[in-house]
Design a protein around this ligand. Sequence first.
Ligand SMILES: NC(=O)c1ccc[n+]([C@@H]2O[C@H](COP(=O)([O-])OP(=O)(O)OC[C@H]3O[C@@H](n4cnc5c(N)ncnc54)[C@H](O)[C@@H]3O)[C@@H](O)[C@H]2O)c1
Length: 259
Amino acid sequence: MGRVQDKVAIVTGGSTGLGRATAELLAAEGAKVVIADVQDGLGSAVAQDIAASGGAAHYYHMDVTAEAEVAQVCADIFAKLGSIDILVNNAGITGAPKPTHEITVEEWDKVLNVDAKGVFLCTKHAVPYMKQSGGGSIVNISSVYGIAGGMDVPPPFLYHAAKGAVRVMSKSDAICYAADKIRVNSIHPGWLWTPMLENVGKDSTEGPEAFHARILSRLPLGHYGEPLDVAYGVLYLACDESKFVTGTELVIDGGYLAW
Ligand SMILES: NC(=O)c1ccc[n+]([C@@H]2O[C@H](COP(=O)([O-])OP(=O)(O)OC[C@H]3O[C@@H](n4cnc5c(N)ncnc54)[C@H](O)[C@@H]3O)[C@@H](O)[C@H]2O)c1
């Protein structure tokens, strides 16, 4: 208990899946959590559940691709809660499951906007407040597909491009803001059972059953991860136990990249 006591933590995409598990864990460890998402009903319910269990949580509508909204939410949080100490850039989408030569510019822009520009905008507008707070920790949720490509999996190749961008942005920002005591790290989850994975399975051309059997056969541990498996990694990078860790990439993937 108390590993992030009284720290103000923004979790983008915190209404469901990995973001929700992260928001709940950070709150259980003492953080004042801000869930920032576009799914307002779900996000407000998560904030209420956290409050009902004795935690501190607020919900804000924030589309990570809309700069004015991101700027306003960061300003409001700083005014209301007094600091921004932790930013978890978790919001993400997968996009159309197509090879590069079939992807339209609109499809490219949609995924890159959320998965890469969203990380840029939230970092851009949180950093000035972190500097005022004397430092902070930014945890960027990339993916195993920010490290490796793969023809054996259905996520679209633009997802790989976006997640790869997040991986290197994290390292550059780690160097850029080290003097400000702002640490920046990326996490690279493998396959986690969340609404995102459920939808990827449903949308797969081979059908959900064959899809899941194929993916599971690629996982050395033989099962999908749970959101909490990754949320514990976020907690470590967010809290002071990792005070000497910046610019690193934490892979949490059930052995997927170890083949
Ligand atoms: N599930 C997996 O297997 C897996 C694996 C590797 C990486 N990831 C990454 O983990 C993160 C969370 O994934 P998840 O599986 O929980 O997904 P999810 O689809 O279950 O949840 C994503 C959340 O992001 C929010 N979101 C989407 N667009 C947004 C926007 N423009 N502004 C604000 N919020 C927005 C959604 O409303 C949703 O609450 C994503 O970045 C994803 O790419 C997931």
